[in-house]
Design a protein around this ligand. Structure first.
Ligand SMILES: Nc1ncnc2c1ncn2[C@@H]1O[C@H](COP(=O)(O)OP(=O)(O)OP(=O)(O)O)[C@@H](O)[C@H]1O
Length: 226
């Protein structure tokens, strides 16, 4: 479904501070699977995730989503592809303080210009499914860690993206909440979604819900990955 072909990424290219973060990555990511990237700090996990999810472009190489070449798209189309295909959960969840749970969940819906009432209905249905509809009107700074996690997941799904991207989503969670996160993403897979995440956490690599662990080192995939 997502095909990464000979992807290299050099930051600050042509300058003395140039740094090769990805050095020839070839990877096929299966649809409807939960894939986890692991590797030491600085090995390129976040960079690869950002290129796969159309947040950044490779310096060379190609990324195809369902056979569509996205890596060479002009900015406007790359942004559209990103909004249409991906939902994002960040390490600290990046919920906007001062706004309610519902307002946070609706944030990614706004640029797509959908009908506000229909968006709110979808948001509430998702919050219900995640068991936090009762907190819809609560300001996010008053949520527990587990509630914030579920609010972040609801926000990532508001535009019904086929692929969920999560960068270290369990880093600040205790074991129970880390497993709860995996249970939720397993449920998303059952809805037909693809989940791609990074994790430093051996509890995650070993979890039953994970279909594949991809190991990275120094901007490359470890042997026997492809
Ligand atoms: N915007 C940037 N400009 C310059 N260098 C960068 C930039 N982003 C990342 N890097 C460098 O690229 C390399 C890979 O970084 P990346 O964040 O992809 O690694 P990572 O495996 O996700 O690390 P971590 O586990 O610590 O998050 C690192 O050496 C990092 O310092």
């Amino acid at each position: 479904m997502i095909s990464v072909q000979s992807v290299c990424k050099t930051y600050n290219e042509g300058r003395p501070s140039a740094l090769t973060a990805l050095d020839g990555i070839d990877l096929e990511i299966a649809r409807n699977a939960l894939t986890v990237f692991k590797g030491p700090s600085g090995s390129g996990k976040t960079t690869l995730l950002s290129i796969i999810s159309c947040m950044a472009r490779p310096t060379s190489g190609r990324v195809l989503i369902d056979g569509r070449m996205v890596s060479g798209l002009p900015e406007r189309f790359l942004t559209l592809e990103r909004r249409r295909t991906f939902g994002f959960v960040f390490q600290r969840f990046n919920l906007i303080r001062g706004l309610s749970v519902l307002e946070n969940v609706l944030l990614p819906a706004t640029p797509l210009g959908g009908e506000r009432r229909a968006d709110a209905k979808r948001a509430l249905a998702r919050l219900e499914m995640l068991g936090i509809a009762g907190k819809a009107g609560e300001r996010v700074e008053f949520l527990s860690g587990g509630e914030a996690q579920r609010a972040a997941i609801a926000r990532a799904l508001i535009n019904d993206p086929p692929v969920l991207i999560a960068d270290e989503p369990t880093a600040n969670l205790d074991t129970e909440l880390a497993h709860r996160f995996l249970d939720i993403v397993s449920g998303l897979r059952a809805e037909g979604r693809t989940v791609i995440m990074t994790s430093h956490d051996p509890r995650i690599w070993a979890a039953d819900q994970v279909d594949r662990v991809v190991s990275m080192r120094d901007g490359r995939l470890e042997e026997n990955e492809a």
